[in-house]
Design a protein around this ligand. Sequence first.
Ligand code: PBG
Length: 307
Amino acid sequence: MTAPLTLGTRASPLALAQAHATAAALEEAHGWDRGTVSIFEVRTTGDRVQDRALAEIGGKALWTKELDVALLGGATQLSVHSCKDVESERPPELVIAAFLPRADVRDRLIGSPSIEALAQGARVGTSSPRRTAQLLRQRPDLQVSIMRGNVATRLLKIAEGSYDATFLAAAGLDRLGIDEGCAVETDAFLPAPGQAAIAIECRADDGETRALLAAIDHRDTHRAVLAERALARGVGGSCHSPVAALAVIEGDGGLWLRAELLSSDGAQQVQGEIRAGEGDEEAAGLALAAELLDRAPPEVRMLFAAA
Ligand SMILES: NCc1[nH]cc(CCC(=O)O)c1CC(=O)O
């Protein structure tokens, strides 16, 4: 190994936990001393703007642009992201070269033991169009409003009673060692594309870093996320568009992708699934996307292809 590597990350507690896990995986895989991979903290637009719905700020790359600038300018050799926050179309100069093994893909409900147990008209805070639509599909009586902030902030808002309940990804809570909330099953709450996966990106032309990252790539996670991200790319849409997708690798090595698109209030939806063999993950994601758009009720389709 030649020069030490610099890893770019956001500075939230969750982002830092993921960055340290990535550094440790690289150091272990290559037999490097601890600290060989140094951590470079970057503040993104999404971190700066806390008071408005992110969807309102508009534009993509809210969580990635400043990290991309560091990577493209050579200040860092890799970026670590929550895959869920990485827009489905990336600059061609960059490549997601590796994924850490995926954690629990489910959402957890905070503030109530179950969705059924929420009082009539209870106030639920979330800024996720997907979670909003999936929740209202089941409980149209609930009042959903925007909740932002990092994991700790959101837990505090529940503890303070500003909202009755919220959802957080089990993966984020687990990585922070927070044992709160009750998992909701993926049948009713299919997760966001890429949820619970940690994506490690580098410059496409940086063969040396790509080779180093290949040693820590978790193949099954990589294949599943390729399919989910292709689905997200294929349906188009924006951060306003309620889309869910989850791929798993089955016992025979085949991939099973499920996805759904919803209207904002969850009253309209289209769901589908597809299976694919090794190497066909992205094609399967794109094929399912086309099929879902084709079958989507107009109110759903309007939130995607045209967005
Ligand atoms: N949108 C914020 C975000 N991005 C990734 C995670 C959790 C970790 C993950 O899904 O990998 C979270 C918080 C949440 O949704 O609870």
